[in-house]
Design a protein around this ligand. Structure first.
Ligand SMILES: [Zn+2]
Length: 132
């Protein structure tokens, strides 16, 4: 296959593996895939790889890059959200929340001295459900 035919063939059948190779910037894998699909030679495959990087190298054009960026953002947001939280002493999760003062007051009013045990606890773990 010559360059034009091979490029057309690849662009018409954009394979998920190629999107992944572009997202990884894995030139060896990309060229191997192009050669496998088109049976073109190494220099031709390299040219097509460069074209692919240009055309599918951003999150707007490459669903893998977009998915990874979303995943990264979500992780960063979670880390930010949990940064001020106490770590659970039982399961070491940071998915915890502070027990609000209001619910403590309510406990005291309703249960008096028997609620003291609960009142002294400040944190609730959303992961394992323990309080401390
Ligand atoms: Zn826990």
């Amino acid at each position: 296959m010559d360059y034009q035919t091979a490029k057309k063939h690849i662009y018409q059948n954009m394979y998920m593996n190629l999107f992944i190779a572009i997202a990884d910037d894995d030139i060896q894998k990309g060229i191997a895939l192009i050669k496998e699909e088109t049976t073109c030679d190494e220099p031709t495959a390299k040219c097509i790889w460069c074209d692919l990087k240009m055309d599918y190298g951003t999150k707007e054009t490459n669903p893998i890059i977009k998915a990874r960026e979303n995943y990264q953002n979500e992780k960063l947001f979670q880390e930010y959200q949990y940064r001020k939280n106490a770590e659970c002493p039982y399961c070491h999760s940071k998915n915890t929340k502070k027990i609000s003062g209001l619910s403590k007051v309510g406990s005291v009013a309703l249960w008096g001295v028997f609620a003291v045990g609960k009142v002294s606890k400040q944190w609730h773990c959303n992961n394992c459900g323990s309080e401390w």
